[in-house]
Design a binder for this molecule. Structure first.
Ligand code: ADP
Ligand code: MG
Length: 341
């Protein structure tokens, strides 16, 4: 979606080792990797009788994800496709007729906005774009890295009201009434798309798009999937490995996309209240049954105090861990049942 690929974004690595070998392995395990989706690394692991069968399944998942990627892209155009860039380009001009999948995503974003008390607001694209530009320029030319203009940030905050986004389900149109408003669905698009493709995919697959991992059901071998939670300080080591039968694991962290100004790192998750990167946590991992909701929750919990985050978990049935700046790990009730190591 964005201009550059950062392979290091894979916050959760799939461990293929398993606790106990089945008596007769029914099928062989295969893996496919794609670098073409959502500006990150996609890995699909599954079991099939032949490599050909598996590759066909993996290709189908890739192709479905690619459609979501193009629909939700705010930076690139794809021929005649009306995507979120088209919606942004028509802010204050006219409603744009869009695919039903854009309508479905934005209706869920409305629910996420309400659920999180505004912490996850895909209507703050104008604020996020100032950070995106400053981060891209700062990474390209570290000597000249600078923060976005403070006044411009505050002006952009005034054009971030999600309620001003007009979603017409019947006509399948989206209109940004405010000419200065922009959408940016980066906080939820990967998880939401993974959820959609996993619902349609065969059982027994593991799909990982960046830090968004989703199992479409238990392994055919009967063993749990083993998912590693990357350490924020050392991408080659794990804070924990988790046993997951089905469901989703999503991580948001300050070590994924950031740039440095005057020796201080500035990352990509922005507190809508301040307009600046949220500074409370180093990383948050959420485990839940719906990958779109888990993606929303990981961003929200990264911004909110623990008690408010816990309230969101209580309301949604998800569990989480938070990593503090001194490396302490805090767990929500129930998380410990998932820990393997
Ligand atoms: P990642 O995309 O790296 O997995 P997140 O799911 O936490 O991490 O989403 C971060 C992305 O979401 C940012 O790159 C930005 O596009 C967008 N974003 C950042 N802060 C917010 C926010 N408060 N509300 C909505 N979107 C946000
Ligand atoms: Mg998220």
């Amino acid at each position: 979606m964005r201009a550059r690929l950062f392979p290091a974004l894979l916050a959760l690595l799939v461990l293929t080792g398993c606790a106990a070998a089945p008596a007769v392995p029914p099928q062989q395990q295969y893996q496919a990797t794609f670098l073409t989706l959502f500006d990150t690394v996609t890995t699909i692991v599954g079991y099939a009788d032949t490599e050909e069968d598996f590759q066909a399944q993996a290709q189908q998942i890739h192709d479905d994800l690619l459609e979501y990627h193009q629909l939700f892209d705010i930076y690139n155009e794809y021929g005649d496709l009306s995507n979120l860039k088209t919606v942004n380009d028509h802010a204050g001009i006219a409603p744009v007729a869009v695919d039903q999948r854009i309508i479905a995503l934005l209706l869920d974003c409305k629910a996420y906005h309400e659920l999180t008390g505004g912490a996850v607001n895909v209507g703050m694209g104008s604020v996020l774009s100032l950070w995106h530009t400053a981060r891209t320029e700062g990474r390209d030319a570290p000597d000249r890295a600078k923060l976005p203009n403070d006044e411009a940030l505050h002006t952009a905050q005034e054009h971030s009201c999600f309620d001003a986004v007009v979603i017409d389900e019947e006509k399948s149109t989206v209109f940004l009434r405010d000419p200065q408003q922009r959408l940016d669905v980066g906080a939820v698009a990967k998880g939401w798309s993974v959820e959609r493709v996993c619902r349609a995919a065969p059982e027994g697959l593991l799909v990982s798009v960046g830090g968004n991992v989703c199992a479409t059901g238990p392994k055919p071998t009967g063993n749990d999937w083993v998912i590693g939670i990357q350490s924020p300080d050392d991408v080659s080591s794990y804070l924990h490995t988790l046993n997951i039968k089905d469901g989703c694991v999503v991580t948001s962290g300050d070590y994924q996309r950031y740039y440095v100004v005057d020796g201080k790192p500035y990352h990509h998750i922005i507190d809508p209240q301040s307009g600046y990167p949220a500074a409370r946590w180093r990383a948050v991992t959420v485990v839940g049954s719906d990958s779109g909701l888990a993606d929303c929750l990981s961003t929200a919990l990264f911004i909110l105090p623990q008690e408010e985050g816990q309230q969101l978990l209580d309301r949604t049935g998800a569990v989480a861990l938070w990593v503090t700046h001194d490396g302490t790990i805090l767990y929500s009730p129930g998380f410990e049942h998932l820990i393997r190591t």
